[in-house]
Design a protein around this ligand. Structure first.
Ligand code: NAD
Length: 290
């Protein structure tokens, strides 16, 4: 059984990007710059943003972090985005989600210049993705595609099941896997909270992408022998014996899945690391111009 190790695959992506930034520096040019906006002090969001900034530095990118209190007015956020849209030294803008309830996420996302929308959430970029045009692919599905590519996982003609239909993971993942691209050409079934007979649907899958946010949801009895399992889930589960008081759990029962699968992503150390690789690649793409 093959472990789809995110450390290995993301290191390969980052090494290529580092070579590119070193060449830019040697030529006296500026390197790509990512601006991250963080509202409030949600523990998980803090961790994600810190990791994104750290990875920018490791890859020779510039980065800025703009922090706002939970009570920040929507208009203030929109003004910051307008300023970054105009800034010629800022290539990519990311707003860490979720945002507090009084701020309309769609309004904030739509305020970002689509040419700087490195998260790929702007409707213009989503439309381009659906039409198979050059675009920013949302970082997590993009990272999964990069992972499949790195480990030479054959997808053409396979049955893929995506569990979860969110705009940031499940929906774009289903589009990519069904697209006519090297890591696509699957027959895709997208499942959600109203899907009936999920176990039977999963048993017909050669590839399963679990992105629902329910720890240990995908059990061994739902997996066809030899299937490829991609675990997107990240849930903090309280555990008094853990140093931080919680452990990160994926959506897949790892031990049971290992007994059935031909390849599997671990959690942590799998898709999460590839998400950052996808974001960095998008930022380089924004710098170079879509
Ligand atoms: P979401 O809550 O927006 O969407 C969850 C989806 O799962 C929904 O479409 C829902 O219909 C479906 N669902 C829920 N319960 C279900 C069930 N019992 N059966 C079938 N479908 C069900 O979540 P999201 O933002 O897409 O994130 C999903 C998980 O992935 C979360 O754990 C999140 O933390 C994680 N995540 C990880 C990364 C990463 O980089 N690894 C990135 C983004 C999200």
């Amino acid at each position: 059984m093959l472990i789809l190790d995110g450390k290995i695959a993301s290191a390969a992506v980052k090494a290529t990007l580092l070579e590119q930034t070193q060449a830019l520096k040697a030529a006296g040019k500026r390197t790509p710059h990512l601006a991250a906006i963080l509202v409030g002090s949600n523990g998980a969001s803090e961790t994600y943003v810190a990791s994104k900034v750290k990875n920018c530095e490791e890859t020779g990118f510039g980065s800025s972090l703009y922090r706002f209190d939970t009570e920040v007015e929507e208009v203030v956020l929109l003004a910051k985005i307008a300023e970054l849209n105009q800034d010629p030294n800022c290539d990519g803008i990311l707003v860490q989600l979720p945002l507090p309830k009084h701020i309309k996420e769609s309004k904030v996302i739509e305020a970002i210049n689509p040419a700087k929308d490195v998260d790929g959430f702007h409707p213009v970029n989503v439309g381009r993705l659906v039409q198979g045009l050059n675009t920013f692919i949302p970082a997590t599905p993009y990272g999964i595609i990069l992972m499949l590519e790195h480990f030479n996982i054959e997808t053409k003609g396979k049955n893929a099941v995506v569990i979860g239909r969110s705009n940031i993971v499940g929906r774009p993942m289903s589009i990519l896997l069904s697209s006519n691209i090297a890591q696509g050409n699957c027959t895709v079934t997208i499942c959600h909270s109203h899907t009936k007979n999920l176990k039977e649907v999963c048993l017909g899958a050669d590839i399963i992408v679990a992105a629902l946010g329910v720890p240990n949801f995908l059990t061994g009895e739902m997996i066809k022998p030899g299937a490829v399992i991609i675990d997107v889930g990240i849930t903090r589960v309280e555990d008094a014996t853990a140093k931080k008081g919680f452990r990160i759990k994926g959506d897949v029962n790892y031990e049971e899945a290992c007994a059935k699968a031909s390849a599997i992503t671990p959690v942590p150390g799998g898709v999460g690391l590839m998400t950052i690789a996808g974001l960095l690649k998008n930022t380089m793409k924004a710098y170079q111009g879509l």
